[in-house]
Design a protein around this ligand. Structure first.
Ligand SMILES: [Fe+2]
Length: 207
């Protein structure tokens, strides 16, 4: 069979947007101190962390309202607004509100199991401490259940056949994603803690 190049006419249909943005203006050492102080009093087990880990998800989910986290909230919000605008959101008639914010500390050998964030629009992970090999965050394609048939082999990974996408955690890195997008982490194979701040965002139409 002869072959005609298709790339000029190829349409990428219904893509999913995530934003990976580094926040160099933040003091991660100060954030880590605040989180460790919180975890000692208000941290506890989290059902989605397999292995040793501690979270404020049940005890303190209001970090966005605490003054020591204001620099983080301000920095993350600027990226959130840019992300939403890139996705076509009408920010003239809508406010985006951080509705909860918590922190996780994962010990070596632990991982976060596959989940989504119900009752939320956009979610985030921010890496305060992320040693090498502490486990990437993995996003899974939402299309898998709908692909009744597929090529039996692919010569290369493209946006049209990717089943998952991995983001390397780096201290100071913020990842924003649609809350409905399934995600999990690889196992923390470093010998140090993996410290993350997460939050959820809702939209409200302006009165
Ligand atoms: Fe999550």
């Amino acid at each position: 069979m002869t072959e005609a190049p298709a790339s000029a006419n190829l349409i990428s249909l219904f893509p999913t947007g995530i934003l990976v943005s580094d926040l160099p203006e933040l003091d991660n050492a100060a954030l880590a101190r605040s989180i460790r102080a919180l975890q000692s009093g208000e941290g506890g087990r989290h059902a989605l962390i397999a292995g040793e880990g501690i979270s404020t998800y049940a005890g303190a989910r209001d970090l966005h309202k605490r003054p020591e986290f204001k620099p983080f909230v301000d920095a993350a919000t600027t990226r959130l607004l840019g992300f939403a605008r890139s996705l076509g959101a009408d920010l003239e008639h809508m406010d985006l509100l951080m509705i909860d914010c918590w922190s996780n500390i994962q010990q070596p050998g632990s991982q976060v199991l596959l989940h989504r964030h119900p009752n939320s629009l956009i979610s985030a992970a921010y890496y305060v401490e992320a040693p090498a090999n502490c486990g990437r965050i993995m996003f899974e394609t939402p299309l898998e259940p709908y692909r009744m048939s597929d090529f039996p082999r692919f010569a290369r990974q493209t946006e049209f056949n990717a089943k998952r996408y991995a983001v390397e955690p780096v201290p100071g890195r913020l990842v924003l994603f649609p809350s409905w997008l399934g995600h999990h982490t690889e196992t923390n194979r470093s010998n140090a803690e993996r410290m993350v701040i997460s939050f959820n965002v809702a939209a409200r139409i302006k009165p």
